[in-house]
Design a binder for this molecule. Sequence first.
Ligand SMILES: [Zn+2]
Length: 193
Amino acid sequence: MGNFYTDVICKDARFDSLMRVSDPSLLEPATRQLVESLVSAAQQMGTQVMIYETYRSQNRQQELFNNGATKLRTVGVHHYGLACDIVRVASGEPCWKGDFSFLGQLAHSSRLIWGGDWGAPEIKHSFVDSVHVQRCTVSRQGDLFAGAWYPDDVYNPYDDGQHLFAAAMRAGGKQPAEAEVATRRSRPGKKQA
Ligand SMILES: [Zn+2]
């Protein structure tokens, strides 16, 4: 049975792109809708934000790894159209500075998992990626990457009780195994198109 990854992403010309992709059309439709409403909610609050990266290819992940911008060689949830990086805009430029807890609040009310707490705010995470949101729990990632699971339109990670709990347990004291390592340490513009 097909899904957005197999039917759209795998057939897209940018599948192997080394360039950063910020096109929302490579976000799975339900994820796209949540991300876009989150962005407009932020604007309405007076916080200027932009969609910085949606889809990411394995090639790009490898290049980021080679350049030391990420600790992960294998691409994560971004590759499946289920994750998005949202940054502030300052003087027209993407900006990673400042407090991103507003993004956590908006993500939660948009039913997206925020990389600032990985869906488990009660736990102190050793790894945070505060510009990252995704429409799947950390616990689902293994099945997602194996092609054994893909969310349906109404999937809500906060209703994914068993998996959310498992994520929280696993995240306790150590970083989520498959969590993306932030690429924000790479200078904006360095690798962008
Ligand atoms: Zn990300």
